[in-house]
Design a protein around this ligand. Structure first.
Ligand SMILES: [Zn+2]
Length: 293
């Protein structure tokens, strides 16, 4: 199924306005509530399908809501081609100057989202993950928002992706920094993982976030979550390989082999979990990380 066609089909059935292409805003004349984006990385498509399912089944409530809500496909050009990005990673392109399609779409998305107090950005990991998780700039308000999303109960403590907190480049950190939005990113599962659980996770997160932002009626309660601090980084040298079978959140003991290069074994220095293991060749600085609570 073509997700862009499906988006257009759903939006023509709803009373919405479109501030930018592939973005539908419900109750646009009301105060702003929640902005949802999916597919900033064009190969993370299950969240888009989940978003369209969700919108279709909540259309009347969203149209009649006391606060507006907006649902956007992050980077439609790349969704069409099922590729991660066109020229540069869009989620490293917020607040960046340039004429690359990904940079221009980042500006559009900011324009559409700029007045919303709450932003939920849905992603999926490339490598397998045992659990969904949140990763976003942490403030008391973003953590409070995150704690109401339901069954996503792991938070990876992150640092600014630009390496400079005053130059945010991810959607969530840019919107927080520039517009004081309560903006968070959740990873609902992996691209190659079980699709149904990704859909269920994304739909629960959207429903709870919309309720928390008072777009939908009802109450949601806070759920305690685990904070994971990254404490060991395995460098991605050309001759270094990760041990097979490790997934995001795989538990490791202190001294356990996690990677190797020629005769050298690289071991976990902590009892903790593996994060972001890389099996597909990449230019990323790290092959994996170890995190502890
Ligand atoms: Zn992503």
């Amino acid at each position: 199924m073509d997700l862009l066609d499906a988006f257009e089909r759903v939006s023509t059935k709803c009373r919405v306005v479109s501030p930018i292409p592939f973005c539908m805003t419900f109750a646009a004349d009301k105060p702003t509530g929640l902005f949802v984006s999916a597919g900033i990385h064009g190969d993370e498509q299950t969240n888009i399908a989940a978003m369209l399912d969700f919108v279709s089944s909540h259309r009347e409530q969203l149209e009649a809501a006391p606060y507006s809500s907006s649902f956007a496909i992050g980077n439609p050009e790349t969704v069409r081609e099922n590729r991660r990005y066109k020229v540069v990673d869009m989620n490293r392109s917020f607040g960046v100057e340039g004429l690359a399609q990904d940079v221009l779409r980042a500006k559009e998305l900011v324009y559409a989202a700029r007045k919303f107090p709450y932003i939920l950005d849905l992603h999926q990991t490339i490598e397998p993950t045992l659990r969904p998780f949140g990763i976003f700039p942490q403030t008391p308000t973003t953590e409070e928002f995150f704690s109401h999303l339901g069954s996503i109960t792991d938070l990876i403590v992150s640092t600014s992706m630009s390496g400079d907190a005053s130059k945010p480049v991810c959607f969530d950190e840019y919107m927080l920094h520039t517009f004081s939005a309560c903006a968070i990113t959740v990873e609902t599962g992996s691209i190659k993982g079980e699709q149904q659980s990704v859909v269920a996770c994304a739909c629960e997160a959207m429903k709870n976030a919309l309720t928390y932002a008072k777009v939908l009626d009802g109450t949601v309660s806070a759920v305690p979550f685990r904070r994971w601090h990254q404490v060991q980084f395995v460098h991605n040298h050309a001759d270094t390989k990760i041990v097979s079978g490790l997934q995001n959140f795989t538990q490791v003991s202190e001294g356990e082999e996690i990677a190797y290069r020629e005769s050298e074994k690289i071991r976990s220095e902590h009892k903790g979990i593996v994060l972001f293991p890389k099996y597909v060749p990449t230019t990323d600085r790290y092959l994996a990380r170890i995190a502890i609570q």
